[in-house]
Design a protein. Structure first.
Length: 524
């Protein structure tokens, strides 16, 4: 009991009634704070990118994209340690096993500090090749090596300054603490970056602010850990069997991490090499919107993953099947609504934000398709990750990456930007998503996935009709440019989604469950 109190857990928390209530409340609290962090991280980067384009020029935007992509690829060395170790922390956190919990935290710290060394070595070895990654002239008076070293320092420090704390917060379903850290550190950092661009006109200081953010976030995490989880101190060692299981899952995660890092970032490198920095900048503007949408919706999934992990550990597969049905249904609504918004509003928004850098509408449609597929797999990914099922589809990422690299090289070289999107759509839609669903249903739910693949196809057909209908209405009745047109399109998409989905899914069991959950949460 003393250990539980020290870790912030009480005996009632493991009762079925309190367990359900805590899951819902923790998820809701994380969603609210995460949504605020998402708003900051969505809209301010748009402003900063616009200011960089205006005051520094599109070559700087392209250069920044190439540097960030290179760092993200180096970050493959992270191996998904955080995701893997959170899975192992669920059980000792729920049971109040302080000794086991602290041993896992110590293992996380050791692993991350080892990884920081690998990233540093990899970064130093990458330096001589940096000029080859940029097609065209590097902006005058900029030292690409120094700029790269700033980004490298930021990522190395991130894995050195108490990296285990983020996993600790997630395991206790307190992702809201992590979001608070992000809100505070990023708010100050964004202010510094705007000052660096608009007043000082310094790209170096813009990147140096990222180093400040990492240090500030590390110190804030440490302070919150002392306040809320004083008994959770990394110390001790894991038993040999537990350590073997940890490393087995981490090695399985390597491919998944490589796939995640390479999937979008390799596109930028191929585009830079074949088409130049200016095209990287224009393409990056549109993919920035995709990232913003993904961040918006990710708030939902990141808020519930710890609760789902807890439920998968202690409840029956039958009850978790109901949870999956509800999550897939919500996933479908969010993917359809967000795709409709992008399709109807993207060009209007770009006309306000970057009017001189517009892509053709056929490319916009492809980008919307890519975003939809990425979002539709989120429910499957959430359950698979919560269940620690990285070993089960360990070969999938290597096949997907190989196909993506080959298609990127061939298609970008021959048909340009269309090839970058088509290659990713093929890999995600035809390889990764079906494979992930097959593994989840075969190895956890112990049943076939055909029924659910059919449901995804039906959802997609409904969403396709919905998006086509709204696009037709937007183009013929509220077409135009400016803020007023953008607001009208947003109201059309959101109001249309509510009316359309309530009509189509009236009487649906998943909709009834979501209504009851939201009502209970609001009026409890």
């Amino acid at each position: 009991m003393a250990a539980r109190e020290k870790l912030g857990i009480n005996e009632q928390r493991n009762s079925p009634e309190m367990l359900k209530e805590n899951r819902v409340n923790n998820s809701f609290r994380s969603f609210i704070v995460g949504f605020a962090a998402m708003l900051l991280n969505t809209f301010v980067p748009f402003l900063i990118r616009m200011l960089m384009m205006k005051y520094l020029g599109e070559n700087y935007v392209g250069l920044n994209g190439v540097l960030q992509s290179t760092i993200w690829i180096l970050n493959i060395s992270e191996l998904g340690i955080g995701s893997v170790m959170v899975y192992f922390l669920y059980e000792p956190a729920a049971q109040g096993d302080e000794r086991q919990l602290n041993a896992y935290l110590m293992e996380i710290r050791r692993l991350y500090r080892f990884v920081s060394g690998l990233i540093f070595i990899g970064g130093i070895m990458t330096i001589p090749f940096l000029p080859r990654l940029v097609s065209g002239e590097i902006p005058e008076n900029e030292n690409i090596y120094l700029l790269f070293l700033c980004y490298l320092a930021a990522i190395v420090l991130q894995y050195w300054m108490w990296p285990e704390i983020a996993s600790l917060f997630t395991a206790f379903q307190r992702a809201d603490l992590q979001y608070i850290v992000a809100l505070l550190a990023q708010s100050v950092t964004y202010g510094m970056q705007i000052l660096a661009i608009c007043v000082l006109r310094s790209f170096f200081l813009y990147i140096a602010a990222v180093v400040f953010q990492v240090v500030a976030a590390g110190l804030l995490q440490f302070a919150l850990r002392k306040k809320y989880f004083g008994g959770c101190i990394p110390k001790g060692r894991l038993e040999q069997e537990k350590k073997k299981e940890v490393y087995k899952r981490i090695f399985s995660m390597i491919g998944h991490q490589m796939d995640e890092k390479l999937l979008g970032n390799v596109d930028n490198l191929f585009i830079s090499a074949f088409l130049g920095l200016e095209v990287v900048a224009v393409y990056g503007n549109y993919m920035f919107i995709v990232t913003a949408v993904s961040m918006l919706l990710n708030t939902v999934y990141s808020s519930v993953i710890a609760s789902i992990g807890n439920a998968m550990a202690v409840e029956s597969r039958k009850s978790n099947m109901i949870r999956f049905d509800c999550m897939l249904f919500l996933n479908n609504l969010l993917a359809g609504w967000s795709t409709a918004c992008m399709l109807c509003m993207c060009q209007t928004f770009m006309g306000l934000w970057m009017p001189e850098h517009l892509l053709s509408m056929d490319l916009v449609v492809l980008i919307c398709l890519y975003s939809y597929i990425i979002q539709m797999r989120r429910s499957v990914q959430t359950f698979k990750n919560a269940g620690g099922m990285w070993y089960n589809d360990r070969f999938k990422p290597y096949i997907s990456m190989t196909v993506d690299l080959v298609l990127d090289y061939i298609l970008i070289k021959t048909i340009g930007l269309h090839g970058a999107i088509i290659s990713t759509v093929i890999c995600v839609g035809l390889i990764e998503f079906p494979w992930e669903m097959h593994v989840l249903f075969r190895d956890y739910f112990n049943c076939g996935e055909k029924k659910y693949l059919k449901r995804v196809v039906i959802y997609t057909m409904i969403n396709g009709g919905f998006c086509t209908m709204l696009f037709f209405i937007a183009n013929h009745f509220i077409a135009g440019q400016g803020v007023i047109a953008l607001v009208k399109q947003m109201l059309l998409c959101t109001g249309g989604a509510v009316a359309f989905y309530l009509l189509i899914y009236k009487g649906c069991e998943e909709l009834r469950i979501w209504k009851e959950t939201i009502t209970e949460l609001v009026f409890h």
